[in-house]
Write a protein that binds this ligand. Structure first.
Ligand code: UDP
Ligand code: MG
Length: 324
């Protein structure tokens, strides 16, 4: 990093995974929107291991514009980690997160900056509708938020996503959270600070498809719950008590009945059913514990969160040429 370069007022972080077609239209809308604010800015792209020329488009654009910087991951690490890397590299007084697919209208940034100057440390975009999502995804999202509200240790603001502005001190706080399984929405809520929501309408994706499959979303939801709640672990104690107390009562009842009346017809069916049911319960509880143990394992390995393969921008190291 060049210490002589003055740090900009605003840093815009753009996580991008296979968004080559969107880079051009995205910059064509973002840059005028930022210039209209009359504040110095930098735009940092975090290329999350794209395989489609996203990085080439970005470096091409940044050759003529010193306000554009970029990081390229060595592989796909996921959006949450791309955000973490962006926060590590942001230099601005305020940091803005925005998707590269134009689903977050860049013009809303003006409202964010306005509220920030009124003294709010965090200004987040509140989705007005999820019209662009499928019905199934909408319902599952709602179910997740309901579960998080009941289980989670902190409340999540409704409709708040990654489209947001954060003051430098919030970014500093977030940098201190070194956990591997990243659930940003929970982390934002966990660090606190004066926050304000600004409504915006989610647009259709400009080009390409959503990078989040249902499998990815389920994993994300599991990370979210397990990062902010230990209730799934404690639940099994209650379940155990609930099952074993009646079981003990039943054992005493059968013992007394056998002593008084002798054995009657052996209950094969009920035996099998209860054995199967309770082995199922045990396997589920083991799975939940396994989930947490896996998370502990991931944390204790202390691997770096991400690997940067390349950087671009005015003070990035030039890429090393092979055989040079
Ligand atoms: N993204 C990323 N890494 C991933 C998946 C997505 O950096 O592994 C980026 C993506 O390029 C986009 C943003 O995160 O800029 C939001 O992703 P997407 O539009 O696919 O999600 P959705 O809008 O459907 O929630
Ligand atoms: Mg999108």
């Amino acid at each position: 990093m060049n210490p002589a370069a003055p740090s900009p007022v605003l840093t815009v972080l753009v996580p991008a995974y296979n968004e080559a077609e969107n880079i051009g239209p995205f910059l064509a809308r973002l840059i005028p929107a930022l210039e209209a604010l009359g504040r110095s800015f930098e735009i940092v792209l975090i290329d999350d291991g794209s395989a489609d020329g996203t990085w080439a488009r970005w470096t091409e654009a940044s050759q003529n514009d010193p306000r554009l910087r970029g990081l390229k991951f060595s592989r796909n690490f996921g959006k949450e980690i791309a955000i973490a890397a962006g926060l590590d590299h942001a230099r601005g007084e305020a940091v803005i997160l925005i998707d590269a697919d134009l689903q977050h209208p860049p013009e809303v940034i003006a409202d964010f900056v306005h509220e920030w100057e009124q003294g709010y440390d965090v200004v987040y975009g509140v989705r007005q509708d999820r019209g662009t999502d499928s019905a199934l995804r909408k319902n599952l999202t709602q179910l997740f938020y309901k579960m998080f509200r009941t289980f989670g240790e902190i409340p999540l603001p409704e409709g708040a996503g990654d489209f947001r502005l954060m003051d430098r001190k919030v970014v500093k706080a977030l940098r201190q959270l070194g956990e591997r399984a990243r659930f940003s929405k929970g982390l934002y809520a966990w660090v606190g600070f004066e926050s304000k929501g600004v409504p915006f309408v989610v647009a259709e994706r400009a080009a390409g498809e959503s990078k989040f499959s249902f499998r990815k979303l389920f994993r994300f939801a599991f990370d979210g719950i397990t990062s902010f709640s230990t209730l799934p672990l404690q639940l099994w104690t209650h379940a155990g008590i609930l099952i074993s107390v009646p079981a003990l009562a039943a054992a005493i009842f059968f013992l007394i009945r056998t002593m008084m009346q002798g054995t009657d017809v052996p209950g094969y069916a009920s035996l099998i059913v209860s054995v199967m049911f309770f082995s199922g319960v045990q396997l589920i509880s083991l799975g939940v514990i396994g989930g947490y143990v896996g998370r502990i394992f991931a944390e204790v390995k202390r691997r770096p969160l991400y690997i940067v393969a390349e950087e671009s921008g005015p003070d990035a190291e030039p890429p090393r040429r092979r055989n040079a």
